[in-house]
Design a protein around this ligand. Structure first.
Ligand SMILES: NC(=O)c1ccc[n+]([C@@H]2O[C@H](COP(=O)([O-])OP(=O)(O)OC[C@H]3O[C@@H](n4cnc5c(N)ncnc54)[C@H](O)[C@@H]3O)[C@@H](O)[C@H]2O)c1
Ligand SMILES: O=C(O)C[C@H](O)C(=O)O
Length: 376
């Protein structure tokens, strides 16, 4: 018997079997099975941020390049025509991931079975408008829309509140919709986080993607505390502390903090409107990282329900450093807090406590305001 020939034949057969198996596996691999579309609700979709955000969602910037999407857009009767125009543009965009668009002024239809809700609906602050004015104008919307979400959205719907006062609107939504798990209600602090990254990258003339682990504590307002004490920059000699590299504590403890705290105001002054493209981009970053995870050892800032971590009163929607895995965020524990930070973290928590009482006062006294969003 020619053993060599026999061996060669066996090799050919086994490699053909292996190739055949590889092709079968590839054909049936879950990678090639299209994901189920996720339904994404955007309220206030006919507004400025909505217009910037919609193509980002449709292109997969928010949920990834392999995630089909059905967009639900809600706005008021007054904005219905503009909303319909936006729907036409989304269809004309021929976005491969977009599997459907619902444009409606009916909150129940808008919320039906949605997996993600991005809440932009409300009045923005303009030059000369006070923060307390947006509290009285907007919190009633969040009380009213909470029950529609509670009753009609998917049971595990993840909610991101953007409209100001973002933390307090999220708190009102949480308290008005007790059956939505607290961990599924968040508010946008990523814009502030990104602003802080941008300031450090500009100062050090490094890539913004090389700066890590900045924290925004507290409220999306001028009392927020941008904290660089744990932040690092990737350099050719490894990770270096931002404080060491900048070597200017005076700048870090004063100008840097106030620039980030007042960036929203500065943009309103310059544009006569509040931030739009950076807000839309931050919305995508927030949802992307929440659903798809943060890289190991890194964190981002999200407004989430306090569990008492870092002695922040439980129940407040407060911005913490969080890491995300498997669609869940968790507050990063064990960071050392110095006296300077403690005072700033408490000051912004106190503002949130005050906002909460103002919001409940408005809801008690001016419930009729829930329909003023249609007026100029
Ligand atoms: N958290 C943040 O980082 C951040 C950053 C920028 C802006 N904002 C806030 O985001 C919100 C949206 O900003 P914008 O520039 O898009 O404002 P915009 O005025 O352009 O759009 C708001 C939209 O909400 C709609 N609306 C009002 N009441 C509604 C309701 N009851 N239901 C559904 N829709 C309703 C309006 O018709 C409008 O189309 C504002 O409150 C703004 O202050 C937050
Ligand atoms: O409306 C504001 O106060 C500003 C806005 O939230 C922003 O941060 O750009």
């Amino acid at each position: 018997m020619d053993y060599i020939k026999l061996f060669e034949k066996a090799m050919v057969v086994s490699s053909s079997v292996a190739l055949f198996w590889k092709i079968i596996k590839h054909m049936w691999s879950p990678i090639n099975v299209e994901k189920e579309p996720l339904k994404v609700l955007v309220t206030g979709a006919a507004g400025q941020i909505g217009y910037a955000l919609m193509p980002m969602i449709a292109r997969g910037v928010m949920l990834g390049p392999d995630q089909p999407i059905i967009i639900h857009m809600l706005d008021t009767e007054k904005a219905a025509e503009a909303l319909n125009g936006l729907k036409m543009e989304l269809i004309d965009g021929a976005f491969p991931l977009l599997r459907g668009v619902v444009a409606t002024t009916d909150v129940v239809e808008a919320c039906r079975d949605v997996n993600i809700a991005v809440m932009l609906g409300g009045k923005p602050r303009r030059e000369g408008t006070e923060r307390k004015d947006v509290i009285s104008m907007n919190v009633s919307i969040y009380e009213a829309q909470a029950s529609a979400l509670e009753q009609h959205a998917a049971a595990d719907c993840k909610v991101l509140v953007v409209a100001n006062p973002a933390n307090t609107n999220a708190l009102i939504l949480k308290e008005s919709a007790p059956s939505i798990p607290e961990k599924n209600i968040t508010c946008l602090m990523r814009l502030d986080h990104n602003r802080a990254l941008g300031q450090i990258a500009e100062k050090l003339k490094v890539r913004v993607s090389d700066v890590k682990n900045i924290i925004i504590w507290g409220n999306h307002s001028s009392t927020q505390y941008p904290d660089v004490n744990h932040a690092t920059v990737a350099t050719s000699s490894g990770q270096r502390s931002v404080r060491d590299l900048i070597a200017d504590n005076e700048w870090l403890n004063t100008e840097f903090i106030t620039t980030v705290q007042q960036r929203g105001e500065a943009i309103i002054k310059a544009r006569k409107r509040s931030s739009v493209l950076s807000a839309a981009s931050a919305v995508c970053d927030h949802m992307h990282d929440w659903l798809l995870g943060t890289p190991k050892g890194t964190w981002v800032s999200m407004g989430v329900c306090s569990d008492g971590s870092y002695r922040i009163p439980p129940g407040l929607i407060y911005s913490f450093p969080v890491s995300c895995q498997n669609g869940e965020w968790s507050i990063v524990q064990g960071l050392k807090i110095d006296e300077f930070s403690r005072a700033k973290m408490d000051a912004t928590a106190n503002e949130l406590i005050e906002e909460k009482s103002q919001a409940y006062l408005c809801l008690g006294q001016f419930c009729s305001l829930s329909n003023t969003s249609d007026e100029e």
